[in-house]
Design a protein around this ligand. Structure first.
Ligand code: URA
Length: 229
């Protein structure tokens, strides 16, 4: 495979950027500086490095993105701009978003090309926790809290237990282990309150605040580190 293609396929560098770093003599194949973008490598045996960083021929990619408002979690741009447009060099086949956040929800979104991983995160059987910071229109009262302790049915099914914590007037956190359409908003509508701001801050052990991502930024993550694979 051509050296420039290999690097573009396995990093965030675009083809143009790859050419730049090759010209800057930052790319080594088997510890030898290579200055031709067209240089052919053996993907199974050659070791390609950018400075000291080894570029592996990986099959799967896992990204954590801090979603800004007004982007949609969809693979198409039909109903608004997709968060996938925020991923600069999006040349992985089957790259898709794991689950959906509403257009006006911000926070942690996972993106991958690993369908099995997506299935695991989304499958209710695995109880992957999703934590949200919620700002409500009105104060969250003891009565509302008690009302939400009762069995709640959405879409004809009883909801799995969820936790409400860090209550401070009209702000709180909620931890869900399943993902139904508009679940958080519909839950608080039951107690005649409404969500005015919603941010997902955690999926499993991946905490948005540990990642230090500004809105619109993303980074590659290792699911093994988060015990998700
Ligand atoms: N629940 C909602 O109501 N909206 C989201 O975006 C996520 C969970």
């Amino acid at each position: 495979m051509r050296l420039d293609k290999f690097i573009a396929n396995n990093t965030f560098y675009s083809r143009k950027e790859v050419n730049k770093i090759i010209r800057k003599k930052m790319v080594l194949v088997n510890d030898k500086i290579i200055i031709e973008a067209t240089y052919k490598i053996d993907v199974l045996n050659d070791i390609v490095k950018i400075n000291d960083l080894v570029i592996s021929n990986k099959e799967f990619i896992y990204l954590a993105l801090n979603k800004p408002k007004d982007y949609i979690c969809s693979n198409s741009d039909k109903e608004g701009e997709s968060v996938l447009n925020l991923i600069e060099e999006n040349n992985w086949k089957n790259l898709h978003i794991i689950g959906r956040l509403d257009k006006d929800t911000t926070g942690l979104v996972l993106i991958t090309n690993d369908g099995q991983f997506t299935h695991k995160i989304k499958n209710n059987k695995y109880h992957v926790e999703k934590e949200y910071e919620v700002v409500l229109e009105k104060e969250f009262t003891k009565e509302m809290f008690e009302e939400l302790q009762k069995d709640i049915v959405l879409d004809g099914k009883k909801l799995k237990p969820f936790q409400i914590l860090n209550i401070n007037r009209n702000k709180l956190n909620i931890i869900l282990t399943e993902g139904k359409y508009h679940q958080v908003k519909r839950l608080f509508a039951i107690v005649k309150n409404s969500v005015i701001d919603l941010k997902r801050i955690r999926v499993g052990k991946i905490n948005l605040y540990d990642l230090n991502l500004d809105e619109g930024e993303y980074q590659e993550i290792d699911p093994i580190k988060y015990e998700m694979k």
